[in-house]
Design a protein around this ligand. Structure first.
Ligand SMILES: [Zn+2]
Ligand SMILES: [Zn+2]
Ligand SMILES: [Zn+2]
Length: 316
């Protein structure tokens, strides 16, 4: 007798069941879990597959889902994949949504973008060196699907890196000198619980707000601040950054040159130098200094916040 029937359910973006490898394994009922009830009232089919030992469920990116452990001794084992595509979705869609409901960011997505670019950059550099040496391998390396895939992902990740930098840029005439707190993977927005990759506002007078025993600064991410979220005193925050801005720009220029090198020439898709990208985005400049107080304030919030909801808000 087979105790572990192999089976899989694949759900598409609208949570439609499109593939069932084995019949009669899943019990499908409308989900009544709080998280699923909180979904927007679109006509989204919802289902609750009941897993039995050996079942395997593929959940596509952006599909809201919840796992319930039923009974007394059950556990779930999950395997999460991160790809250039899922990072795009995370940064453009999932994280703005999580921010609204203040859901903990588990994967430090912006840091993954940065460190993967760093890794891919050196991989592609050594590949290029090998090709330049010539020999039998040169041509097969150049035509290798793996190399092409890395090049493709490198460009995709670079676009994400570009938007991360653009979202953190100060106005060119800004005289801000953020305090440097070297990156340690460990700064979380006190408000929305996202992982902060670089710049944020920290309030010394509001620290240890939740408990005097736990040392916790009050840090707010730029996106939250831009939405009007702030600490209690609303005035004590100062800028902190975890990377030297010129180092991040240096990486930007370096990686951009590498993309031009991969393509062999500039195309209409070639990213521009960062200052030009900023100008190109026109009004989407998030930060301006309030000249009276020196306190940064959000300008052009609509263009910046990324949630795409407020951009369609009606003007009265
Ligand atoms: Zn935040
Ligand atoms: Zn404060
Ligand atoms: Zn918004």
């Amino acid at each position: 007798m087979n105790h572990f029937p192999p089976s899989a359910v694949y759900m598409d973006h609208r949570l439609n069941l499109i593939l069932r490898l084995k019949e009669d394994v899943f019990v499908l009922v409308l989900s009544s879990s709080p998280k699923c009830r909180a979904l927007p009232p679109k006509k989204v089919p919802r289902s609750t597959p009941k897993l039995r030992p050996g079942d395997f469920i593929l959940i596509p990116p952006l599909a809201p889902h919840q796992v319930w452990n039923r009974g007394t001794r059950t556990m779930k084992i999950a395997w999460n994949r991160t790809t250039a595509e899922t990072l795009e979705m995370a940064i453009n869609k999932a994280l703005p949504n999580s921010r609204i409901v203040c859901r903990n960011e588990q994967y430090k997505n912006k840091a993954i973008v940065y460190y993967t670019l760093q890794k891919y950059s050196s991989l592609l550099k050594s590949t290029r060196a090998q090709v330049e040496m010539g020999g039998d391998n040169a041509e097969s390396i150049q035509r290798s699907i793996k190399v092409r895939q890395v090049q493709k992902d490198f460009k995709k990740l670079f676009d994400l890196y570009k938007s991360i930098l653009l979202s953190e840029m100060f106005a060119p005439d800004s005289r801000e000198h953020p305090e440097l707190l070297p990156y340690d993977n460990n700064v979380t927005c006190t408000y929305c619980r996202c992982n902060i990759f670089n710049r944020f506002l920290s309030c010394k007078s509001c620290k240890n707000l939740f408990s005097s025993e736990i040392e916790e600064p009050y840090d707010v991410c730029m996106e939250c601040y831009c939405m009007g979220r702030s600490c209690g005193c609303q005035s004590g925050h100062t800028w902190v950054e975890q990377w030297k801005w010129k180092d991040l720009i240096h990486k930007y220029d370096d990686w951009r040159a590498q993309i031009i090198d991969i393509d062999g020439h500039m195309t209409d898709k070639t990213p521009l130098p960062l200052q030009e990208e900023r100008r190109y985005r026109g009004t989407k400049v998030p930060w301006k200094e309030d000249s009276s107080s020196g306190v940064p304030r959000a300008a052009a919030v609509e263009a910046f916040c990324g949630c795409q909801e407020s951009t369609t808000r009606e003007q009265s």
